[in-house]
Design a protein around this ligand. Structure first.
Ligand code: NZQ
Ligand code: ZN
Length: 385
């Protein structure tokens, strides 16, 4: 096992009716800014519950944080924070709202050009406003991690950052609030969480059996529960299990002490920035091809994955590996997320554009062995057509 630091201060408040607990966890004298997206929380009653819990507090609102939140929009919120002397942020929504809030929290305290937070991936963040979240879409794990992804639309640059100052103080996870998710977002969430586990598990053996078994347990639970969420959307237990899986998939636990990949995510971010695909759509396209192209360096873990997650134990090694990758791809399709560039209208001419952007963002030595060069990314994209 590799050396590691594991630090996670986020208080998780899980279950039905827990939004009322905001009254206990938002500081009573805080000047709060409530941040949310395009209005789903108005339609499904979440905003009313938040308002009720914050009754008597001083709060302002900033709405319109878009999926794949934009730097341009988030900077408007930073201005509001400064103008209204806000000292506590409350994100209510999915990963985009929570990521956007993390950036606002860091940028509000930042001296200098806030874009450099993204350019330096968060390493220059020395403080952030305190914030909490009410999660409405299980997918990203943003509710219990210190990372965020922000897009500068004018540059078509989608960049990730992280900082130990950007953990939510608390996150409220009420699975009943996910009942109103559109089918597309249910599928996206399950695929994203699945991909997060794979980025931390599907590398090379590191003598970390408990991390491996946690990871395999999350993958198997997503495989079992994901299709049930599509078939029986009002099933509380199914939603609760998916919600907790998504949080555990990216809260640092399964990634401690093991090598990590993240090449699929980095190529995927360029696809979103250029062509506006949903985050999980990009992962469903890239992950199967990434595994096929890098089969040799991932061979041992691919065989372990085939046996333990998909019960594939007979046939020669290459047959088992291909069957496991095919089952992964079929699972994404079963969740309603298409797995080919062509399914989204993208053709071979998009590949050079993506490679140019990867180069511009210094994404030229990706993966757990830093061997995913632009040539490897080209092969992956070609195989994804
Ligand atoms: O904007 P509203 O109206 O709220 O609608 C949202 C949005 O259109 C809707 N939605 C959310 N909860 C709902 C709901 N609709 C009905 N009922 C509900 N309960 O869903 C749509 C998508 O929301 P979004 O927040 O964009 O989705 P997601 O949670 O998948 O977040 C994606 C973003 O997170 C980043 C992605 O790159 C992308 O920008 N990621 C963040 C990570 C992190 N912080 O660790 C890791 C991930 O790999 C990922 O990169
Ligand atoms: Zn992701």
């Amino acid at each position: 096992m590799q050396n590691f630091d594991f630090y996670n201060p986020t208080h998780i408040i899980f279950g039905k009716g827990r939004i009322a607990d905001l009254a206990k966890v938002v500081p009573a004298d805080a000047r709060v800014l409530l941040l949310f997206g395009g209005g789903s929380i108005k339609k499904n009653g979440v905003l009313d519950e938040v308002h009720a819990a914050l009754a008597g507090r001083t709060f302002h609102e900033f709405s319109g944080i878009e999926p794949n939140p934009s730097y341009e929009n988030l900077m408007q919120a930073v201005e509001l924070v400064r103008k209204e002397k806000i000292d506590f942020l409350l994100a209510v929504g999915g990963g985009s709202v929570i990521d956007g809030t993390k950036f606002i929290a860091a940028a509000a305290n930042f001296e200098g050009d806030p874009w450099s937070i993204l350019e330096k991936r968060g390493s220059n963040v020395t403080s952030a406003l305190p914030f909490g979240s009410v999660l409405t879409l299980p997918a990203t794990g943003s509710e219990m991690n210190n990372g965020g992804v922000v897009t500068r639309k004018s540059l078509k640059a989608k960049m990730a950052f992280s900082s130990k100052h950007c953990f939510p103080l608390f996150s409220i996870l009420d699975p009943t609030k996910t009942f109103t998710l559109p089918t597309r977002q249910i599928g996206n969430g399950v695929v994203d969480a699945f991909a997060h586990v794979m980025e931390q598990y599907m590398t090379y053996p590191a003598d970390a059996p408990v991390q491996d078994r946690f990871a395999e347990g999350i993958l198997q639970t997503l495989i079992e529960e994901g299709p049930k969420a599509l078939a029986t959307p009002d099933n509380y237990e199914v939603r609760a299990n998916i919600m907790w899986c998504a949080t555990l998939a990216l809260n640092g636990l399964i990634g401690a002490g093991v090598p990590q990949d993240w090449a699929t995510h980095m190529v995927g971010h360029e696809l979103t920035a250029q062509y506006d695909l949903d985050h999980a759509q990009t992962l469903a396209i890239i992950l199967p091809s990434m595994l096929r192209v890098r089969k040799e360096s991932k061979r041992a873990k691919l065989l372990q994955y085939a046996a333990r997650v998909w019960n594939l134990t007979s046939g020669d090694e290459d047959t088992r590996i291909e069957a496991a990758i095919q089952k992964t791809q079929t699972f994404f399709e079963q969740m309603g997320v298409k797995t080919r560039l062509g399914d989204y209208g993208l053709k071979a001419d998009s590949i050079d554009t993506i490679l140019t952007q990867l180069g511009a963002h210094k994404m030229t030595t990706l993966g757990e062995r830093r061997d995913v060069t632009l040539e490897v990314s080209r092969k992956v994209l070609e195989l994804s057509l």
